[in-house]
Write a new protein. Sequence first.
Length: 332
Amino acid sequence: MRLLLIVSSSKLGGVEKLVLSLGKALRDRHTVDVAVIDSAGELHDAYFETFRTRWDVCTYRSTHGLGIEAALTLLPLARYDRIHLFNHFALSELLIAGGYGPKLIQSIHFHPEAMPEVYRDMLAVHRDELAGIIVDSDLHRDYLPDARLIPNFVDTDYFAPSPFPVSRSGVLWVGKFTAAKNPDLLCEIIRKASARFTVVNGVPTVPGTRDYRERLEAAGARVIEKASALAMRKLYREHRCLLITSRHEGTPIALLEAMACGCIPVSTRAGHIPAVVEHGNTGWLYDTADEATQALLRDPCLIPDRCREYILAHHSAAVVVPQYEEVYGIAP
């Protein structure tokens, strides 16, 4: 069976890394390609190549600001037995209109509150024309009760604690400066907590980024614009805690990567996070900036080991990839 995984993006964030990791995990046993449709023409070559080489998957790339319809014409869709599309519902409608619905699997990897009503309507109209629908948490169950729940996963061989002794210190924050990620709360916590903060801004083009960067640096935080997989692994290994300030989340890939490296999450109760972070066991949950500040000062005890054990048991390729193979209708 030939598989095509499609993601449309002008950045390489959590979902994009999930797609590439899935491609890597599948290609040892199956014929699988990944198509990255950069319809905005903003995905820089060097940054893209870092990830393409790192995950070692055969990758198509449609770019240079092509519209999505033109980008689709560059892909040899007819040769594939299954087409797995991640998030992009406009692409889904085009594929269904082109007669590819019976081989199309639609994945949804963001919080329901961030999902426009028009996309829900599209799924309601076309769901019977699709080969399957996958969601990454039970947050979608109210409007997609029959969807297949498959959790996100990370490469736990790559994202792992350092094999050498490392003295962990400081707090890491990963995301983009949007309302959903709540950078205002981040600024408040930095002002209150006596800790070293590193902030990784994955999308520097978000409006208001410069103002937030200036505020964070004035408060003493180190701000990094983007970071390679290698750089992120180093940051996870060096820092004691991963701080999450989000208002809305699904199951963040950064959370899973950090926990796999033994970096302790300190998070709001957004989205599916409380199902992953068990308060006091695999991390800390908070409701206010003061609670977050207190959590950042707690003795970690055995939490780093428990973090990794949880990810290995629930969010590793060995556990999750066979679930995808079952949906594709192929033997593992």
